[in-house]
Design a protein around this ligand. Structure first.
Ligand code: ZN
Length: 569
């Protein structure tokens, strides 16, 4: 391919609105252009790279035994009502109407469509197990689209759905996808961490996320420095630790009230009393189903509502409104404390044995000093109620310490169970003639996001450094003067040989100064650059340089091919 025959509009300037390196580089390298917030056009170079990622995804998912289909983006409201998710997904789903006034949605995911299909088409254990997949466009109404393809409103996803006769069998399908995902990300050159995840709105039983570690990542995770434990922040547990010694006589003075006018936040209390946030008890009032409960954490911890709901065993959990807080505590919001409350009090495990802490006094403009939790508070129970963070003990091994990391979620695998098969009456007949619901799993890879994640992990100050597996072109040929016959002929010959070897090169045939061509080659990040010039030919051949290498080497044409092959392997 000649550069003059395609369309690669590189930019000299750094785009102002792009916040992270990979987004900037995709714009500068002429891979994508923004249409509107979170909506992009793929230009030829971006499209070629996307096709490479899709190819790897298809090869590995096919190899795992899944069958490719293509489902519609446009989906009727009824199937979302049937799964009970029409309201649940309200925030992220684009809803539209047809001319007859029927409601439709632009599919954010495809559990409903595939389960409806399978309910009609699969009826016997003889047809099991089976996994369907597609590479298709998804739509999500992101509240804040940003970072280019990382959080877009229209994006390409590979989604797969497995159907099995039993939970045990479903484990096999799950593992097959898990293994395929590891191969896919490895082939894309990504350093990926697999973490335990909460299944959230998918309604699943168990799940793992595949995270590309990157400082620009939007997802938090922790990993142990002593064992293999890793989990995202929502899911991560902390070491329970040993219960503290009996603190009955630890010298803590008696509680004492102190006036704290207009001091309703942890930061303000900490500043006014000059006491670090971790010595404050934060008291939050929640409504668990219909019952108000108090939840205590130290002032520098964040409540994890998933953990809290689990610990309370409730179906619905909401932060209590101001009226409830005032009724329960007898004080305006900002002054709640655990002493004397007549509702259940649940405390984060870190507060066991907390002594000489500060809390709200259930009285306007007042806090209480010298609180000993065992002595002064009637705690209903202690549990892990807050997010893990770096420095916490590992829940899995004895002396490991959790390290906090940032990541980009590129893949997610869920064991779904029978939630959707029950809703769509997707059943099969066992060998014994019994009707049973199919056991499902679902599996997603953000294909466009994976593409950008590759750039986030593979770039330097000059541009992208593509792994050859996903490079839009593996080799760029830079003839410096095409009116020089030998240069032109050598370029054509090398191009033909590379194409025959399956490495279709891009020939930069623009009438530009060498400096411009070199800069663009580094920006776009072709794994191998070959310069053909009067000077290189006089020196006996062509100048070959891998993107990461400091200096080129001049090789005769006969040796050039094997050196390029080595760079690309
Ligand atoms: Zn550990």
């Amino acid at each position: 391919m000649h550069l003059s025959k395609t369309f690669i509009p590189t930019l000299r300037e750094t785009p102002q609105d792009a916040e992270i390196a990979s987004h900037r580089l995709m714009l500068r390298a002429g891979m994508i252009r923004r249409v509107s917030g979170g909506i992009f056009t793929f230009l030829p170079l971006g499209l070629r790279a996307l096709r490479q990622v899709e190819r790897i995804v298809r090869e590995e998912i096919d190899r795992a035994g899944a069958i490719e289909v293509l489902m519609p983006g446009l989906q009727p409201r009824e199937i979302w009502e049937q799964s009970g998710r029409y309201d649940l997904m309200r925030d992220v789903m684009f809803r539209i109407h047809d001319r007859q006034g029927h409601d439709l949605a632009l599919g954010p995911t495809h559990e409903e469509v595939i389960t409806g299909l399978v309910a009609h088409e699969i009826s016997s254990y003889r047809q099991l197990p089976c996994t369907f997949y597609q590479v298709q466009t998804k739509y999500r109404d992101e509240i804040r689209p940003r970072f280019g393809l990382m959080r877009a409103r229209e994006f390409v996803m590979k989604d797969a759905y497995s159907f099995d006769a039993s939970w045990d069998a479903a484990d096999g399908s799950y593992q097959a996808m898990y293994d395929a995902y590891e191969r896919i990300f490895a082939r894309c050159g990504l350093n990926v961490k697999v973490v335990e995840a909460d299944s959230g709105a998918m309604g699943g039983q168990w799940s793992h996320e595949f995270m590309v570690l990157a400082d620009s990542g939007e997802d938090g995770l922790v990993e142990c420095n002593g064992c293999t434990y890793a989990a995202n922040l929502e899911k991560a547990e902390r070491a329970r630790g040993a219960p503290p010694e009996n603190s009955a006589d630890n010298g803590c003075p008696s509680p004492e009230k102190v006036v704290t006018p207009e001091t309703t936040t942890i930061e303000a209390v900490s500043a006014l009393l000059d006491i670090p946030a971790q010595r404050l008890i934060k008291t939050l009032i929640y409504t668990a189903d219909i019952q108000p409960v108090a939840v205590l954490t130290s002032g520098d911890r964040e409540i994890n509502e998933l953990k809290l709901a689990r610990a309370l065993g409730c179906r619905e959990l909401t932060a209590a409104d101001a009226a409830t807080v005032e009724r329960v505590t007898g004080a305006p919001v900002g002054y709640a404390g655990p002493i004397g409350l007549s509702i259940p009090i649940h405390a984060d495990l870190e507060l066991r044995g907390a002594s000489d802490y500060v809390c709200g006094a259930n009285q306007a403009d007042t806090h209480t000093l010298h609180v000993d939790i065992e002595r002064d508070v009637t705690v209903t129970g202690y549990a892990d109620l807050t997010n893990a963070r770096g420095g916490d003990g590992c829940p899995q091994c004895d002396d490991g310490v959790l390290q906090a990391k940032r990541g980009i979620e590129v893949g997610h695998v869920f064991k779904l169970g029978t939630k959707y098969s029950e809703a769509f009456d997707a059943r099969y007949l066992t060998a014994e003639g019994e009707q049973k619901p199919l056991v499902m799993g679902c599996y997603g890879i953000g294909v466009t996001r994976t593409l950008q994640a590759v750039i986030e992990q593979h770039h330097d100050a000059n541009g992208i450094c593509w792994p050859s597996s996903v490079a839009p072109y593996k080799v760029v040929l830079l003839p410096l003067n095409l009116s020089h016959d030998a240069t032109r002929e050598t370029t054509e010959r090398l191009s033909a040989e590379l194409t025959a070897a399956g490495w279709e090169p891009l020939i930069d045939d623009r009438d530009e100064r060498p400096g411009v061509k070199f800069k663009d080659a580094d920006l776009i990040g072709y794994p191998v650059r070959v310069v053909i010039s009067e000077r290189s030919l006089a020196a006996g051949g062509v100048e070959i340089k891998a993107r990461a290498a400091d200096k080129p080497q001049t090789l005769p044409l006969a040796e050039a091919m094997s050196q390029i092959g080595e760079f690309l392997s």
